[in-house]
Design a protein. Sequence first.
Length: 165
Amino acid sequence: MLGQVRTGDLDIAFMEMSEVEGDDSLGRLDLLTEGISVVMPSDHRLACHERLSVGDVRGERLFMPDPEISPRFFGRLQGMLERAGVRIERACVGNHYEATVALVAAGNGMTCMPPSMCRNFDSVAQVPLSDLGTHMRYGIVWNRATIGTIASEFVAAASAWEWSC
């Protein structure tokens, strides 16, 4: 999707914003920010907690969504977890965030992701991770050189909107 915005084949994309950091050819508008939650089967022993620390998940089987969903963000998240002593299971990777949540629901382990990626799944619990120090930012991105009138009007409307999440 980002490649299509860069070439002008796509006017605007809604995406995770770390993917466009440092690219001055792209316009960007940050819209929403989310923390990271530990996602686990709803009957897991940690599911009843209001918050978890990184230390709480050390020793748990943890795997990540495919980093291609958002390479910079999930690469940074995985690095932070590994530096904190959390072992990431490499043999089990969900090729989409929904596949990752399905693997969790089936009892294959836990994962870390923003709550919006798993809120429609009743079979998992999500508990905020309190001490990781990272979050996911979503927004819209456009190519400054190719943006048209309608896309410009959309950006203006999105800029004026009161986003509450």
